[in-house]
Design a protein around this ligand. Structure first.
Ligand code: ADP
Ligand code: MG
Length: 546
């Protein structure tokens, strides 16, 4: 074996670029967060060709001196933390000192900055410093990222269409603007203004402006609090989309993705008419939130998922409660029962019309029920493979292998650290007869199994399965496979939590022959590319071919 070597910064930056820089939206995220950390009052984001050609973020923050500018593109250079404890009470968005060097490694980077005393312009190509010149600029910073992945063709291939990349950037910038109504945000694409939101308007007005709603567009809000957790929701019940694409979930100011929260929102507000436009804000003490869980900080881990759930549920009940009260007001106070019940004799025709409109809005919202731009370019063939369009052609994805990889990582990470692996309740509980050795396993691994999302009761030598890990398609198969695997002495060398994740993924994943809806197919492809290794199933078999 060759001797052990320490990797050069250049190599490390490229590796970390794979984690931090995934696509234009992740670059925009890092740059905008830097602008906010620098105290910007106005942030302008400009893209060319969905960000594939160039991404520019301009701010009026504190800027950098020549010395800081040179340091900023070096690995683990940050002005934001010094000690490990600082991580615990983090007030700023970024903190790893990885973003700029990672972005620099895979693009042509230009930074122009001024701290009010001096102004400098720095040029880098593929992570190599090319030039540093004095410049003219008012206080603030402009970062320009050209030709993302120009030196990494395989990564470039996984960029999606310009429109799709743009829609992700748009979602992020919109989310940021809702988190920070005190800051002005604008977004331009290929020279055209998509929106420009001045600083200072209350968040509801910002939403009205961003989504071009009429100023009196109905809205309801609700608040909830449990322990240290506070939740706030603001819903525009008339503005609906077929997917939950305009639901902005902010946790301690960050736009994040949380299944737990998404499912609660869906349970309370989703319906046949689609998903309403909404803002959901959660704030909780920093120690209860792990933002260090994923390099892009998009996925967070809650230390007290139960608290989060209760606070949000309260807020949602308050919001729907106030909406019902509004219905009542509209049909005239005291004139009868809740109008949708339809039994009140005194409700006038107009009132019924209003109630129906609120419940089943016409498709006159800005995007109506238009399909997601990328939904159309994924198709299922032979009920076994998904064909998805990418930059250079198509990929064919094995739906079983892909789902296996997703489930495996999801369950493993939740079983290992006690997280919020959700359960999905079975419509009909399933009764499964067990062998004595399987029964032993069930008893012994009870805690791990429940952590993984299984819920069941024992009834003699039978188990009544009530719920299975979220995302699992074949629940009873999955549990049986877990018990079989762990009971079998052959594989007793792997830790049990890994065996549970692997067996659940293997037997519980979508199988060849399972039909997927367009939305399910799209989710699957998206989730696959969020995994650590989208190219292989947990057994090492390929998930896709190009
Ligand atoms: P981090 O944000 O994790 O500190 P980055 O690589 O994103 O790491 O940025 C490195 C450093 O560069 C920051 O700590 C900050 O001091 C400086 N910096 C980056 N962007 C800006 C900006 N827009 N305005 C002022 N300073 C910036
Ligand atoms: Mg940063």
């Amino acid at each position: 074996m060759p001797p052990v070597r320490v990797l050069s910064d250049e190599v490390v930056n490229r590796i970390s670029a794979g984690e931090v820089v995934e696509r234009p939206a992740s670059v925009v995220k890092e740059l905008v967060e830097n602008s906010l950390d620098a105290g910007a009052g106005d942030v302008v984001v400009e893209l060319q060709r969905g960000g594939r050609k160039s991404i520019t973020v301009r701010d009026d923050g504190c800027g950098m001196s020549r010395h800081d500018l040179l340091l900023s593109v070096r690995r683990h250079a940050t002005s934001k933390i010094e000690r490990w404890e600082d991580l615990q009470k983090l007030g700023t968005m970024g903190f790893r000192g990885e973003a700029l060097p990672s972005i620099a490694a895979v693009s042509h980077l230009r930074i122009t900055t001024s701290d009010g005393r001096e102004a400098w312009k720095l040029f880098m190509d593929g992570g190599v410093l090319k030039d540093l010149q004095s410049a003219a600029r008012t206080i603030g910073t402009t970062v320009e990222v050209n030709g993302i992945f120009y030196n990494q063709p395989p990564r470039k291939k996984f960029l999606r269409s310009e429109n799709t990349e743009l829609s992700w950037v748009n979602k992020f910038v919109t989310g940021c603007s809702l988190s920070r109504p005190d800051v002005g945000f604008s977004l331009y694409h290929s020279g055209k203004e998509l929106f420009a939101l001045p600083a200072g308007l209350p968040v509801a007005e910002r939403m009205v402006s961003r989504f071009d709603l009429s100023p009196d567009s109905p809205r309801v809000e609700g608040r909830g609090a449990t322990g240290g957790t506070e939740a706030y929701v603001l819903v525009f019940p008339d503005q609906r989309w077929s997917q939950a694409r305009h639901q902005y979930i902010l946790v301690n100011g960050r736009l994040i993705y949380s299944r737990l929260m998404r499912d609660l929102l869906k349970d309370h507000l989703g319906g046949p008419a689609g998903h309403p436009l909404l803002l959901c804000r959660l704030s909780l003490p920093n120690p209860d939130l792990d933002v260090n869980a994923h390099p892009t900080k998009r996925q967070v881990r809650f230390r007290k998922p139960g608290e989060v759930e209760r606070a949000l549920e309260q807020a949602l009940l308050a919001a729907t409660g106030s909406r019902k009260a509004e219905f009542r007001r509209e049909v005239g106070e005291g004139k009868g029962p809740y109008p949708l019940g339809g039994s009140g004799p005194n409700i006038g025709a107009d009132a019924i019309q209003t109630a129906l409109e609120l419940a089943q809005p016409e498709e006159r919202s800005p995007a109506g029920a238009r399909p997601a731009p990328d939904a159309a370019d994924i198709v299922q063939i032979a009920k076994s493979y998904l064909v998805a369009e990418i930059e250079s052609g198509v990929v064919i994805i094995d739906q079983h292998a892909a789902h296996e990889r997703i489930l495996f990582e999801n369950i493993l990470s939740h079983v290992r650290k006690s997280g919020e692996m959700g359960s999905q309740i079975l419509l009909l509980p399933q009764v499964i007869g067990l062998q004595p050795d399987q029964l032993d396993v069930l008893r012994r691994c009870d805690v791990l199994l429940r952590k993984a999302g299984y819920q069941y009761e024992l009834d003699g030598s039978k188990v009544v399965l009530n719920a299975v890990p979220e995302g699992v398609s074949h629940g009873p198969d999955a549990l049986l496979e877990v018990l079989r695997t762990i009971a079998s002495p052959v594989r007793a060398t792997r830790p049990e939590h890994e065996q549970i994740a692997a067996a659940t993924a293997c037997a519980g994943a979508i199988k060849a022959g399972d039909r997927l809806s367009t939305e399910e197919a799209r989710r699957l492809v998206e989730d696959l590319f969020e995994t650590d290794d989208p190219f292989h199933c947990p057994h090492g078999r390929p998930t896709l071919v190009e």
